[in-house]
Design a protein around this ligand. Structure first.
Ligand SMILES: NC(=O)c1ccc[n+]([C@@H]2O[C@H](COP(=O)([O-])OP(=O)(O)OC[C@H]3O[C@@H](n4cnc5c(N)ncnc54)[C@H](O)[C@@H]3O)[C@@H](O)[C@H]2O)c1
Length: 333
């Protein structure tokens, strides 16, 4: 298969994406790199032996690329994506998609109008195996109305302030939820939608940054369901980055990855429900994908074979509405 040429824009975490996702990628080859910071651009360009830029417009004029991996910060990401769309360039980006739901909505409808593919690592455009199985359980066992959920994710950081957006509560509100809990918000927005109100609780235990390292967010949805997401950088149990959750419905509960597990390539999924008057219990293991970014699905979509299972833009936008409310709530307190 001929690989499509891709430029990587934004070279902080973008460096990780290069090393772990794009080097040796089956579907894309790195054509060029770009960062506003000339030193970062130069060092990555020289390391990879590719042209480097500090201005993405200039890169677009000089390089013939099919796609970009846009790994800049979330503020103003919509406007940058629209510049790519105007040039007919497909975009793989990262979470959070945008800080503003209105900007995300505008960008995704522009992409649709122009027939350009815009993918992000979270929410995954094509729902993962476990999300598809959860949806099947909800449907096949007629679980009924959503009632509640508890999600948690953690890792162990002991960070120092470095003057980046991670230090700024207005750009990185309720930091552990914004940086890690976002994966849970994005996943669960596929099932629980329409935010009515939120409350947050956050603290600083080990961090040297002004932003929190331990936090929870409680979301009241428009249908009356209530969810809590806990995220922390304080737990050094080596069971990092797992997004586990319990979902409660009118007639049943689903448990994903709730107990510690040595295997990282599969996740446990349990169902306990009342179905046709009987107590049904299922205990399954579902394979999880290694890569955080759906390069194959992105490539297929560029080639005109977009999966019919792709999530709609409303799922992405409704997750950002939660972030907007979370930021407001964090400012009010
Ligand atoms: N697991 C993950 O997927 C994961 C992990 C960490 C961070 N992230 C996400 O990656 C994104 C970037 O995070 P980061 O820590 O690298 O942020 P950062 O602010 O440290 O780096 C962003 C880089 O993009 C560059 N940049 C910004 N605007 C640009 C533009 N218009 N043209 C060219 N370069 C530009 C900046 O100069 C900077 O070097 C965030 O959205 C973050 O949430 C994802």
């Amino acid at each position: 298969m001929t690989k499509y040429k891709i430029a990587v824009i934004g070279l902080s975490f973008g460096g990780w994406v290069i090393e772990n996702e794009l080097k040796g990628n089956e579907y894309f080859e790195i054509d060029s790199v770009c960062d506003l910071n000339a030193e970062k651009a130069r060092s990555w360009g020289e390391k990879l032996g590719v042209p480097y830029y500090t201005d993405m417009e200039r890169l677009f004029s000089e390089r013939d690329i099919k796609a970009v991996a846009l790994i800049t910060g979330p503020k103003g990401r919509g406007a940058l994506i629209r510049k790519c769309i105007e040039r007919g360039i497909h975009v793989m980006t990262t979470k959070p998609f945008e800080l503003l739901a209105s900007e995300a909505e505008k960008t995704l409808s522009f992409a649709e109008e122009k027939g350009i593919q815009v993918f992000a690592n979270s929410p995954r455009m094509v729902p993962t195996g476990e999300m598809r199985r959860i949806r099947e359980m909800i449907r096949d066992y007629d679980l009924g109305r959503p009632v509640a959920y508890y999600g948690s994710t953690w890792c162990s950081y002991r960070e120092k302030p470095d003057g980046t957006w991670y230090d700024d509560p207005s750009l990185c509100p309720v930091a552990p939820v914004f940086r890690l809990g976002i994966y849970l918000i994005n996943d669960l927005s596929q099932i629980f939608c329409g935010v009515d109100g939120v409350s947050v609780s956050e603290s600083r235990i080990f961090t040297g940054r002004p932003t929190a390292d331990n936090a929870s967010l409680t979301i009241r949805h428009k249908d009356g369901s209530i969810g809590t997401i806990f995220a922390s950088f304080c737990i050094d149990d080596l069971d990092y980055y797992k997004c586990s959750y319990i979902l409660h419905f009118e007639r049943g509960s689903i448990y994903k990855g709730v107990l510690p597990d040595e295997r990282r390539d599969e996740v446990s999924l349990q169902l306990s429900c009342k179905y046709k008057g009987e107590h049904v219990m299922l205990d399954e293991r579902i394979p999880v994908s290694e890569s955080g970014y759906q390069w194959k699905e992105f490539r297929d979509a560029i080639d005109g074979h977009r999966s019919p299972n792709c999530i709609g833009s409303e799922t992405i936008v409704s997750a950002i509405r939660i972030l907007e409310k979370m930021k407001e709530c964090a400012q009010i307190r």
